[in-house]
Design a binder for this molecule. Structure first.
Ligand SMILES: [Zn+2]
Length: 385
């Protein structure tokens, strides 16, 4: 479906003529904008999970508070020029800054080259989606959460951009596009929520067998098992999630118990700790050690953040994209899991969040979804067209 007009004006108007710019001037502009957006995403990735404002104060070194002047805050160039160190205190600056800027710039460039000729508006809308997915991926990897500002904001942005650029949904009119966007958001949320609930019934709990007499320490941010530390964000997603064990001995900072069942529900309000028949506020007990031979933790591949993330993807790309992303992310997750086992880092697997797999699968859908589903249905399953 190739348009000869865009937003009511002939396509030549946008790329030549008195007000238009030649196509590759737009390419340059979009790429530069991608680099600047990448720079802003770094601020979002660092500040949003900490609940800080993403606009104020201006960029500064987190180590020495040095306020970074604009000529040392250029995407990619500044990081290389300063060799990844603060200009004042020489504290290392994460290579993430460089990587996010480069990925965002490249994503904008390639999106413009692929879709800009036919549907400039769709290319712009896709760039907004990529920016959201890059931020969501990085925050999920570092904090095991995806902020609502990104996921629910993405649902709203996808809906509005579908109306402005109906080509995003593969249709001609704003009304049709908004309908597809709405259906995409609802289906996206439902498919992930269904897996989350159903998965809970199937493998909702994981029993971890320990050496008899093992000591498990619950501290402020996570639980220290003999195999290593597990942050609470990896264990608790919903108020009903509980860590359960039978304590041969239970020690709190002020007292201890013998032979009592222990149940910790951190996302209750207030967070709840039960030892035997006694219920207390877990916030008032920052430290607990339990001697036990088995501990049961809720096991969840996905959380509510992934439900909202998929709703956002559906709002941008339609419901087909969400079904594809769900299946694709599960496949990607398994491949990466097998890869980690192969290199002997099985322990990393439980620490990998699910959001990034959904994001990567959504990108694959937009790039190749049509040909992949075609290959799957007609070639692999030998169905005649
Ligand atoms: Zn510094």
């Amino acid at each position: 479906m190739i348009h000869d007009t865009y937003l009511g004006l002939p396509i030549e108007f946008w790329f030549s003529g008195p007000l238009g710019l030649p196509f590759h001037l737009w390419t340059l502009e979009l790429t530069l904008m991608g680099l600047l957006v990448g720079s802003f995403l770094n601020v979002v990735i660092y500040r949003m999970p900490l609940g800080k404002s993403v606009v104020r104060p201006p960029s500064h070194c987190p180590n020495c508070e040095y306020r970074i002047p604009i000529w040392l805050n250029l995407p990619i160039i500044s990081w290389i020029q300063l060799r990844g160190r603060c200009a004042q205190c020489h504290a290392p600056i994460s290579p993430r800054y460089l990587v996010v800027e480069a990925i965002t710039g490249a994503a904008f460039l390639m999106t413009w080259l692929a879709w800009g000729h036919v549907h400039p508006g769709q290319a712009g809308a896709l760039c907004v989606l990529w920016a959201g997915l890059i931020a969501a991926t990085w925050i999920d990897l570092e904090h095991y959460i995806i902020p609502d500002e990104i996921t629910l904001g993405g649902v709203g942005a996808g809906f509005i951009l579908s109306a402005l650029a109906p080509a995003l949904q593969g249709v001609e009119t704003a009304v049709l596009a908004m309908r597809r966007s709405g259906i995409g958001a609802v289906v996206g949320a439902l498919v992930v929520y269904a897996v989350l609930r159903f998965g809970k019934l199937l493998f909702g709990r994981l029993k971890i067998a320990l050496e008899p007499g093992s000591r498990v320490v619950f501290h402020e941010t996570g639980v220290l098992l003999p195999e290593g530390n597990v942050p609470y964000e990896e264990i608790f997603y919903r108020p009903s999630d509980a860590v359960v064990c039978h304590g041969e001995r239970v020690e709190l900072s002020t007292r201890s118990y013998a032979n009592q069942p222990v149940r910790l529900e951190l996302l209750r309000n207030p967070p709840r700790l039960r030892i035997g028949n006694e219920t207390m506020n877990a916030e008032e007990e920052p430290w607990m050690a339990v001697v036990t031979k088995q501990i049961t933790v809720p096991r969840e591949a996905m959380g509510m953040g992934d439900v909202k993330l998929m709703a956002g993807i559906g709002a941008f790309l339609g419901w087909q994209a969400t079904v594809f992303s769900l299946l694709g992310s599960a496949l990607l997750g398994s491949v990466v899991g097998l890869g980690l086992i192969a290199i002997g880092r099985r322990d990393w697997q439980s620490r990998l969040p699910y959001g990034p797999f959904i994001a990567v699968a959504a990108v694959i859908w937009q790039l190749a979804g049509h040909s992949l589903t075609h290959w799957w249905i007609y070639d692999l399953m030998k169905i005649q067209e």
